[in-house]
Design a binder for this molecule. Structure first.
Ligand SMILES: *[C@@H]1O[C@H](CO)[C@@H](O)[C@H](O)[C@H]1NC(C)=O
Ligand SMILES: *[C@@H]1O[C@H](CO)[C@@H](O)[C@H](O)[C@H]1NC(C)=O
Ligand SMILES: *[C@@H]1O[C@H](CO)[C@@H](O)[C@H](O)[C@H]1NC(C)=O
Ligand SMILES: *[C@@H]1O[C@H](CO)[C@@H](O)[C@H](O)[C@H]1NC(C)=O
Ligand SMILES: *[C@@H]1O[C@H](CO)[C@@H](O)[C@H](O)[C@H]1NC(C)=O
Ligand SMILES: *[C@@H]1O[C@H](CO)[C@@H](O)[C@H](O)[C@H]1NC(C)=O
Ligand SMILES: *[C@@H]1O[C@H](CO)[C@@H](O)[C@H](O)[C@H]1NC(C)=O
Length: 726
């Protein structure tokens, strides 16, 4: 039992200094932590010199331990009991030779040279590692640690042994041993090429999906029927004719909360890579001022260059104080009406050294944050998608098809979330079953005519090593089959669908794998716009969008990316965490109650640069309105374009939604009006003083291309290096 701080005592301390909300009037949630978010605390500071530590009850009984969010108790080793290795296949006596061969390959790769030779060295090395994994999987983590040290994967400056901790059997070591055991690494096997391509030693494999594959995938129905399309056109025309701004539904979109319960006020916020890779923790240090191993768990004040503030820093994840402030601002913006529903596109858990992750850290973050959101949003359901940080080891999720029972090693996660979302009243029994069966994904209809399908994007995320097993199959997990089957049913019922995921399939193409993201593109092309209304992503911490166009072949790169072929748009919501030099932010959409097209949105933010000077903590402002900022097409009009709809003067008509046609036309307008791109890049990081503006021609050219990219191959065909402005 934690020491329980009673709400009634502390509630009285919380004096909210809130102004009546209107655009342009800032909201200041108040100087104290909003204790109403939690009914009990392990620790509640009387002054803002330390972060509060909420005590979180575990679903099914008991409490999450205080050590999960106590800044002075950072875990020093991986959770040994959570390790999963593959089952051994058959022994061999030549283990030593095998290890030597793998190490030799690593040395050759470090030396570099002829690229086609290196590709082969890499593939052969993997094949040898596979023999070892079959003989004795227990040895694989140690070999990987050796390779990590040889390749200096963590650079030269790491004080602690990050290689051993990261490739521990409970962290990357176990999952990679499974990939080595269960993948196909013999001969010219595509799994080997894909792994070596990720390590930049081989060419990336083609994204192409054959006609036969796509024919089977869509069960022969590669296009919607004429009647389906006609029904949609009629509905769309009615929505435009009957447009009523007062009927629009407010929908909250939140992303990337990344609560840091380990945040230590006063610790190093301008850190270099020492005993931890992350700043604002007790073990963070700046090597210019402190260069020895850390004694007594903290760095002396005299050796700290920039002490972490109470409300948060650009270099760190969100402390509880900032999360509390964001929750109050969200409640305030919602006002009496509240939100119709909320979308959360993933990442609740802190960025931390891999080995400081555990099942409990992930579940504690989920229980605490979803519980807090429930308190703030009341009756509005929250639909969520699993981020790459909603699992441990982070980034990984295994397909159910793995042998030896290994396909269910992440059930602890999806089973808990299923129970949690049900207990909060956000999913019914069917939804709960979906979450258990589909890796945290589900399909629900919260309102007549609307369907929300949530996907676990780890199955196209390039870091998830399990995607490298049988990689010629773009859907070993069955995630895309689930999506497609749901879309067929939604189409038959005349529903509009919102698809949610965490990692974007497209944009600069750096985060997703070729074949899975192309399969997603093909599915979207098949079901948009008549069934799919919009797609929602997070992950990059930034505000951006990517337009999806009609696919014309089994390669997404063949799709003509012209506005006339735009079918839907993926909206990437910015983060609440300031980490990566961005300002905390959240979004409110205004949605048509019949077509579920998005008509507009308002974006809110708070400026981290003002935290130190503000007596009352973060002040939240209205940042921009989507239609006001982007709805003017004067350059297109001057050039003789009409922006693909009948404009109202130079403006996008009020009755027309901000759909794919709008976003694609906007990229053309941006081409003609470079200052619009400058605005976009400023908003991308929410006015952050730490961001670079995209003002040069090469940047504009690249970003316009990302805005038209929905797959890895499309994004990678754009100039690289401009995916982020920070
Ligand atoms: C690289 O190695 C390949 C295969 O060993 C060989 O065919 C090719 O000529 C070499 N290229 C260069 C530039 O040395
Ligand atoms: C592994 O890949 C090779 C080369 O593509 C192929 O010939 C072989 O059948 C594959 N083996 C398995 C078990 O899939
Ligand atoms: C901490 O700072 C003091 C004063 O500048 C310096 O003498 C000392 O060497 C520093 N400690 C470490 C471990 O670098
Ligand atoms: C570390 O401290 C020095 C001296 O205060 C400073 O110049 C530097 O920017 C700090 N940060 C890093 C990452 O080195
Ligand atoms: C972190 O925030 C504190 C207080 O606002 C500030 O003094 C410090 O300079 C910030 N650190 C960095 C790296 O910006
Ligand atoms: C977007 O809305 C406009 C106006 O209703 C319509 O003409 C256009 O076809 C729509 N585009 C898509 C992709 O649905
Ligand atoms: C964001 O920055 C722009 C340009 O510096 C400024 O005009 C605007 O007022 C800022 N927005 C808010 C809401 O403070």
């Amino acid at each position: 039992m934690p020491r329980v701080f009673l709400l009634s005592v502390l509630g009285a301390c919380f004096l909210a200094v809130v102004h009546a909300w209107s655009q342009g009037t800032p909201v200041t949630p108040g100087p104290a932590f909003p204790t109403s978010l939690f009914s009990s605390m392990y620790y509640m500071p009387s002054k803002p010199t330390a972060e509060p530590r909420p005590a979180i009850p575990r679903l099914g009984g008991g409490w999450f331990p205080d050590s999960l969010n106590n800044p002075t108790e950072l875990p020093s080793r991986p959770p040994a009991s959570e390790a999963v290795l593959p089952a051994p296949l058959h022994g061999t006596r030549q283990v030593k030779t095998l290890i030597d061969d793998v190490m030799n390959a690593a040395h050759q790769l470090v030396r570099g040279g002829n690229s086609s030779l290196l590709c082969n060295v890499c593939r052969t090395g993997l094949s040898t590692l596979q023999t070892l994994a079959h003989a004795d999987p227990e040895l694989v983590p140690g070999v990987l640690t050796g390779v990590c040290r040889t390749l200096k994967l963590f650079g030269k400056t790491a004080l602690s042994d990050q290689c051993a901790l990261t490739f521990d059997r409970a962290m990357f070591g176990g999952p990679i041993a499974q990939v080595m055991s269960y993948g196909n690494f013999s001969g010219e096997a595509p799994d080997a090429t894909l792994v070596c391509a990720a390590a930049t030693f081989c060419e990336r494999p083609s994204e192409a999906l054959s006609d036969a594959f796509l024919h089977d995938w869509f069960r022969g129905s590669r296009a919607p029927s004429k009647a389906t399309v006609a029904r949609w056109r009629a509905k769309q025309a009615r929505a435009v004719a009957d447009f009523d701004a007062s009927a629009l539904l407010p929908v909250l979109h939140l992303s990337d909360l990344h609560v840091d319960g380990r945040y230590m006020v006063g610790s190093e916020s301008d850190c270099t890579f020492g005993e931890t890779r992350y700043c604002c923790h007790s073990l963070s240090a700046n090597s210019t001022l402190y260069s020895k191993p850390i004694k007594h768990g903290t760095v002396p004040r005299a050796n700290i260059s920039a002490p972490a503030g109470y409300w948060g820093n650009y270099t760190c994840d969100a402390p509880w104080s900032l999360i509390g402030s964001a929750m109050e601002a969200i409640r305030h913006v919602g006002g009496k009406r509240g939100y119709e529903l909320a979308l959360f596109t993933g990442d609740l858990t802190v960025h931390d050294d891999l080995f400081r992750y555990s099942h409990d850290l992930v579940l504690y973050s989920a229980q605490a944050l979803f519980g807090a959101l429930k308190g703030v949003l009341g009756r509005a359901p929250v639909f969520s998608t699993l981020g790459n940080h909603e699992t441990s080891p982070e980034n990984f999720y295994a397909p159910h098809k793995l042998p030896d029972g290994r396909g269910h090693q992440f059930d602890w996660d999806s089973d808990y979330l299923a129970g949690l979302w049900r207990s909060l009243g956000w999913l019914d029994a069917d939804g709960e079953q979906d979450v258990r069966k589909h890796y945290g994904g589900f399909s629900v209809s919260p309102r007549h005519g609307l369907r929300v399908i949530s996907m676990n994007s780890d199955f196209w995320y390039f870091v998830n090593v399990f995607n490298y097993i049988h990689s010629t199959n773009p859907d070993l997990s069955g995630m895309f089959r689930f999506l497609t089957d749901e879309l067929f049913e939604a189409e038959a019922r005349g529903e509009r669908v919102w698809i949610m995921g965490h990692v974007a399939t497209g944009w600069d193409g750096s985060q997703s794998l070729e074949k899975p993201s192309n399969l997603f593109y093909q599915i979207v092309s098949r079901f948009a716009p008549h069934t799919i209304a919009a797609i929602f992503f997070g992950h990059t911490h930034q505000d951006h969008f990517s337009v999806f166009y009609r696919a014309t072949s089994g390669r997404s790169t063949d799709a003509p990316r012209h506005t006339s072929g735009a079918v839907t748009v993926a909206l990437n919501a910015p983060s609440v965490t300031p980490e990566t030099n961005v300002n905390p932010s959240f979004r409110v959409y205004y949605v048509d109650p019949h077509t579920y097209d998005i008509y507009d949105w308002d974006q809110y933010y708070t400026d981290v640069d003002t935290f130190a000077a503000s007596a009352h903590g973060p002040v939240w402002h209205h940042l921009y309105n989507a239609r006001d900022t982007y709805g003017d097409f004067r350059a297109s009009v001057q050039d003789g374009h009409v922006a693909h709809v009948a404009l109202d003067g130079t403006r996008w008509p009020r009755g027309a939604p901000l759909n794919a046609t709008f976003w694609s036309a906007l990229t053309e307008e941006m081409q003609a009006r470079p200052e619009l791109m400058t605005t976009f890049s400023r908003l991308q990081s929410r006015n952050s003083s730490r961001a670079n503006a995209c003002t040069k021609q090469d940047c504009r050219h690249a970003v316009l291309c990302y805005m038209r990219s929905g797959t890895a191959a499309q994004g990678r065909s754009c100039p690289s290096g401009f995916g982020s402005v920070v």
